[in-house]
Design a protein around this ligand. Structure first.
Ligand code: FNR
Length: 346
C-alpha cells in the first residue's frame, strides 16, 4: 500500500471518528451498579485514586488510548496529548507506528510525545502483523514503557486495502512478549476480547490485556463511512465492553492486569470498570473530539470532571481507594447478566 493511501486513511479515521463521536450514545456500563454505601466514612480530600500498571504507579487510573501519528495533524494532536498526559499524570499511547518504519519523516510526530513528556508512562503501538525487530524499533523510537499490540481483524476486513492474511498472530504475540525488554499489552480496538482468546493471549506470555470492547468507536462503521456504504452492515458486531471486561477478568485475575476501554465516557464508567477489577481505563475518541473541536483546555476540564466523578463514586461506595472500591458488591443486570449467565460465568 502506498504512503499516500496510508496518510489519507489516517486523516479519514480522524474525520469519521469525530463524526461518529458527535452522535454516539456511550453507555457501556448501564447494566452495572455499584451498591451504595450509606455508612461511608471517607474523607473526600484524602481519597486515593492511584493504581499500578506494568509495575509502575499510575497516579490516575486513566490512559489516553492509541490514536495517531504519521500525518501532519499528528504533530499537534500528539504534542497536545503529551502535554495533557504530563499535566494530569496519565499514561499515553501513540497510534500505530507502522507508517514510521517505511516513512522516516513520520517519526517526529511520534517522538514528540517523549520529547514533551520526558518522565511519563508512554506506550508504543503496532499491529500483530509486525516482526520482533519492528516491535523493538517502535519501543526505541519513543523510549516506550510498554508496547501495545493491537488486534483489529474486523477493521482490516472492512478496509478495501486492508490485510486478509491473519495467520500466525498468536505465535508472533508470543515471540514479541518473550523477547521484548518492556511489557506487551495486547489490545483490541473496539470489538472486545472473549475469555477463550484471553486464555490464548495469557498462554502466549502476555501479562496485560486491554479488552477494547464494543460500544464506543466502531471501526466497521468508520470504514463503511469512508467508503460511503449505507446501511452499515455488521455495525453491531463485537463483544460489549462490560461483558468483555468480565469475561477477560474471569480468566486473567491474578495472572494478568486488565485495562478496560471501548465506549468509556465519564468517571462513573471508570469507577464501574475499576470496581469490576480493571487496573485502569483507556479513553480515545472523546478526548480527540474535545481536543479538535474545542482545544486543550476542554480536554483538561473533561479529565478533571472524570476524576471528580470517580472520587464521588468512591465516596458514595465508602471506598478510600481503588482496592476498597474493587471489594464493593456490584449488581449486574440486563443483557450483560444474560450474556454472562449464558456463557457460564455467573
Ligand atoms: C484509534 N484506535 C487505534 N488503536 C490502536 O491500537 N492503534 C491505532 O493506530 C489506533 N488508531 C485510532 C485512530 C482514531 C482516530 C481513533 C478514534 C481510534 C482505537 C483506540 O485506541 C480505541 O481502542 C478505540 O477507539 C476505542 O476506544 P474509544 O474511542 O471508544 O474510547
Amino acid at each position: 500500500m502506498s504512503i499516500i493511501t496510508r496518510l489519507k486513511r489516517k486523516k479519514e479515521h480522524i474525520k469519521y471518528s469525530l463524526m461518529m463521536e458527535k452522535h454516539i450514545k456511550r453507555d457501556v456500563f448501564k447494566d452495572i451498579t455499584i451498591i451504595h454505601n450509606c455508612l461511608s466514612e471517607v474523607y473526600f480530600d484524602e481519597l486515593d485514586i492511584s493504581s499500578s500498571l506494568i509495575g509502575a504507579k499510575l497516579n490516575v487510573p486513566l490512559i489516553i488510548n492509541a490514536m495517531t501519528g504519521g500525518i501532519e495533524e499528528s504533530f499537534y494532536i500528539n504534542g497536545a496529548l503529551a502535554e495533557i498526559a504530563r499535566e494530569k499524570k496519565l499514561a499515553l499511547a501513540v497510534g500505530s507506528q507502522k507508517i514510521a518504519f517505511k516513512y522516516k519523516h513520520a517519526r517526529q510526530s511520534f517522538k514528540i510525545v517523549r520529547k514533551i513528556n520526558k518522565d511519563g508512562i508512554i506506550f508504543a503501538n503496532i499491529g500483530t502483523d509486525c516482526t520482533l525487530d519492528q516491535a523493538k524499533e517502535a519501543v526505541k523510537m519513543i523510549e516506550a514503557n510498554a508496547l501495545q499490540l493491537h488486534l483489529n481483524v474486523p477493521q482490516e476486513l472492512f478496509m478495501k486495502e486492508g490485510r486478509r492474511d491473519f495467520r500466525g498472530t498468536c505465535e508472533r504475540i508470543r515471540e514479541i512478549a518473550e523477547n521484548l525488554d518492556v511489557p506487551v499489552i495486547v489490545k483490541e480496538v473496539g470489538f472486545g476480547i472473549a475469555r477463550e482468546e484471553a486464555l490464548r493471549i495469557l498462554k502466549a506470555g502476555v501479562k496485560i490485556i486491554d479488552i477494547g470492547g464494543f460500544g464506543g468507536t466502531n471501526f466497521i462503521k468508520i470504514e463503511s463511512m469512508r467508503q460511503k456504504i449505507k446501511p452499515y452492515k455488521f455495525e453491531n458486531w463485537g463483544i460489549p465492553t462490560a461483558v468483555s471486561l468480565i469475561e477477560v477478568l474471569s480468566v486473567a485475575e491474578g495472572k494478568a492486569e486488565v485495562i478496560a476501554s471501548g465506549g468509556i465516557k465519564d468517571g462513573l464508567d471508570v469507577a464501574k470498570a475499576l470496581a469490576l477489577g480493571a487496573k485502569a481505563c483507556g479513553i480515545a475518541a472523546p478526548i480527540l473530539y474535545r481536543l479538535l473541536k474545542y482545544g486543550k483546555k476542554s480536554v483538561l476540564n473533561y479529565l478533571d470532571e472524570i476524576i471528580y466523578e470517580l472520587k464521588l463514586t468512591l465516596a458514595m461506595a465508602g471506598a478510600n481507594n481503588l482496592k476498597e472500591l474493587s471489594e464493593r458488591p456490584i449488581y449486574i443486570g440486563g443483557n450483560t447478566y444474560k450474556w454472562l449467565k449464558f456463557r457460564g460465568i455467573y
